[in-house]
Ligand binder design. Structure first.
Ligand code: SAM
Ligand code: CA
Length: 275
């Protein structure tokens, strides 16, 4: 967490504009100033991860379509998370709304989440699933999950969650070994260590059912994917950027999935397994 609070300027040759990045963690967000560098951007608000180039437009989306429809427990969890020092890791409210609707659209019942933090995307999932729905939730940090847990319990959806503390990869390997999990998940949300996304994909492709969906989060990596090679990116941004670039290429070339990369939040790539 030693990257908390750092800011960098990234000169983008494609637009000849400065894009002001506020980078706080491996899963950070962008602050885009609409070309006005002296104006503090709304993008710097907690939970704002949009790649939209207009603060006003993003604010409009939040105020018109997202906040008025945000379930009370999600609002409460968002506000509690806002006080946490690593709050920039949380899923934004508009992405939470997107996930919730997507899960209903695909009638998801059995799901997995890799990367829970305080549980905002987990709660949006739990609220979307039927009462007998299940979420296998994996994270190396139980403490952060426990911040959101009382709210999840109060919302009456904790019984859907099977939280496992520990690195996801060994657990996925166990599930691959135990063939009963093959093709058993309707939806899998991946929002953890970006350098493992391709390792996750190799396993998740067998665990998601044909017709099911894997969602990879942060696949636009704050726009740093198109930064010029000499851009002064912080070390970890450059490090993870290469993995995200590799992932995006690999997903685009993978015939086992149909894909769609959406600029919601920090970019989410949906992969529908077709074979
Ligand atoms: N989806 C969460 C939300 O809505 O708030 C945000 C997840 S946060 C961006 C990333 C999480 O991945 C962190 O909580 C971190 O502890 C977890 N993580 C990092 N490496 C992991 C690993 N190898 N296995 C499981 N979880 C991991
Ligand atoms: Ca994320």
């Amino acid at each position: 967490m030693n990257d908390l609070g750092h800011r960098i300027k990234l000169t983008t040759s494609f637009s000849n504009k400065f894009v002001d990045f506020k980078l706080k963690h491996i899963d950070h967000m962008a602050a885009v100033n609409n070309g006005n560098e002296n104006q503090p951007a709304k993008h710097q608000e907690v939970g704002h991860k949009s790649l939209l180039q207009s603060d006003a437009l993003y604010q409009y989306i939040l105020e018109t379509s997202v906040y008025p429809r945000e379930p009370a427990p999600m609002k409460e969890l968002r506000e509690v998370t806002a006080k946490h020092p690593w709050n920039l890791m949380t899923t934004s409210a508009d992405e939470g709304q997107f996930l919730n609707l997507l899960l209903k659209l695909i009638n998801a019942k059995n799901t997995m989440e890799i990367g829970v933090y305080t549980g905002y995307s987990l709660l949006s999932t739990a609220l979307a699933l039927p009462d007998d729905g299940k979420i296998l939730a994996l994270d190396i940090n139980r403490k952060n999950y426990e911040i959101g847990l009382p709210i999840i319990q109060k919302a009456g959806v904790a019984h859907k969650i099977d939280f496992r503390e520990g690195p996801a990869l060994p657990l996925l390997d166990q599930m691959i070994e135990d063939k009963k999990f093959y093709g058993s998940f309707d939806f899998i949300f991946v929002d953890a260590d970006k350098d493992n996304y391709l390792n996750y994909h190799k396993r998740l492709i067998d665990l998601v059912k044909i017709g099911g969906v894997i969602g990879y989060d942060n696949t636009l990596w704050n726009g740093s994917l198109v930064a010029p090679p000499d851009a002064p990116l912080r070390k970890y941004v450059r490090y993870y950027r290469d993995f995200v670039l590799e992932l995006n290429k690999a997903l685009a070339a993978d015939p086992r999935v149909e894909i769609c990369q959406l600029p919601v939040g920090d970019g989410i790539t949906l992969c529908r397994r077709v074979s």
